[in-house]
Design a protein around this ligand. Structure first.
Ligand code: GDD
Ligand code: MG
Length: 336
């Protein structure tokens, strides 16, 4: 099975971290987010991935010069301008040679970290004779997602992307799809087309779209809170043995307190400081006596002595927080 991974978005919700690094290349635990996605798919038989790239595409190419990502054969296609999700699927499919091999293929949003059983999804897709099948998850607050209404057999009756009105269902599009090649024929070339706003609603109306309700481990790591959550879940052992948060190549002072946090390679955590529920990226420096709580300190950034950084603050790559500063829910630098 081949997979198209949608990784060309701007990552606006994670700015300023994504001003210098595309979302799916941000480190999650100790390796880029994309590698978590690819290795999850590889466990379920995906043998080749095509990255649908745009924004900061060089970051991916430079990281995987040998054409393999997490041990899986990787190809890249680059949109000269963003084509939106369906436009990107069509472009990746036609430009990467997938057309020649034909057959069912997988598509995933590149920020979705999940333990979805792709084999189970494929069985549902085949037995329904679906043109496409969507993985659904049940959530408390569906309105920031694609909301999906199905009939009792799993056929999709309606697909509503980020509905303004109260959502008619708590089942949401979890961002992994199986598709038949005929889906490509539904997507216009050369313009922006959204799979969520245009293609899925049309397929629902045609009765060819199916869904698999499957509650499993799942997080869309595209917001500050969920980007941290995906890492805390690994530390807390919610997906197997608890992961180790502090890199052996980080320098944590014995007088510092590091709790439920990821401290990455080359980072320095000074004496008397406290780091909780946070991610400290490679080469970042936490000054003596500083507090970092539920926040992200970008690569090579500095938190000055005695500063307090809390409440989902994001500090951009190479930026500095002044000694003694107090920040909560801030962006450094400020972003529009
Ligand atoms: N190549 C390419 N080109 N990729 C794109 C483009 C584009 O123009 N626009 C977005 N992407 C990629 C993003 O990089 C991301 O990996 C994926 O498409 C989805 O975009 P997000 O910006 O993360 O969307 P979302 O999280 O608001 O909503 C999507 O995911 C939800 C589940 O996590 C939708 O698919 C929702 O329906 C879904 O519920
Ligand atoms: Mg997302």
């Amino acid at each position: 099975m081949q997979a198209i991974l949608l990784v060309g978005g701007l990552g606006t919700r994670l700015r300023p971290l994504t001003l210098t690094t595309p979302k799916q290349m941000l480190p999650l635990l100790h390796r880029p987010m994309i590698e978590h996605v690819v290795s999850g798919l590889a466990r379920h038989g995906v043998a080749r991935v095509v990255l649908a790239l745009g924004y900061h595409h060089d970051a991916f190419r430079d990281a995987y010069l040998d054409g393999r990502c997490a041990g899986v054969e990787m190809a890249c296609v680059v949109e000269s301008e963003p084509l939106d999700t369906a436009g990107a699927i069509r472009f990746a499919y036609t430009e990467s040679g997938m057309e020649a091999s034909g057959g069912t293929f997988l598509v995933a949003n590149g920020d979705v970290i999940t333990d979805l059983d792709v084999g189970a999804m494929l069985r549902v897709h085949r037995s329904a004779g679906a043109e496409a099948t969507i993985h659904l998850m049940e959530v408390e607050n569906p309105s920031r997602y694609g909301v999906v209404v199905t009939d009792p057999d799993g056929r999709v009756d309606a697909f509503l992307e980020k509905p303004a009105e109260p959502a008619p269902s708590r089942w949401i599009n979890a961002g992994t799809y199986l598709m038949e090649p005929s889906v490509i024929g539904r997507i216009d070339g050369g313009r922006r087309v959204s799979v969520e706003r245009e293609i899925f609603p049309a397929m629902a109306a045609a009765g060819t779209l199916w869904a698999l309700r499957h509650n499993t481990y799942w997080v869309d790591a595209g917001t500050p809170q969920t980007y941290l959550q995906a890492q805390l879940d690994l530390l807390d052992g919610r997906r197997g043995p608890a992961a180790v948060g502090v890199s052996p190549e980080a320098a944590v002072d014995p007088g510092a307190l590091v709790e439920r946090s990821v401290v990455m390679v080359g980072a320095v955590v000074g004496a008397g400081s406290a780091v909780r529920g946070s991610a400290v990226h490679p080469g970042a420096v936490i000054g003596a006596g500083a507090t970092v709580l539920d926040s992200v300190v970008g690569s090579g950034a500095t938190v000055g002595q005695g500063a307090r950084v809390t409440g989902g603050t994001l500090i951009g790559e190479g930026f500095a927080v002044e000694p003694g500063a107090v920040l909560s829910g801030a962006r450094v630098p400020e972003v529009a």
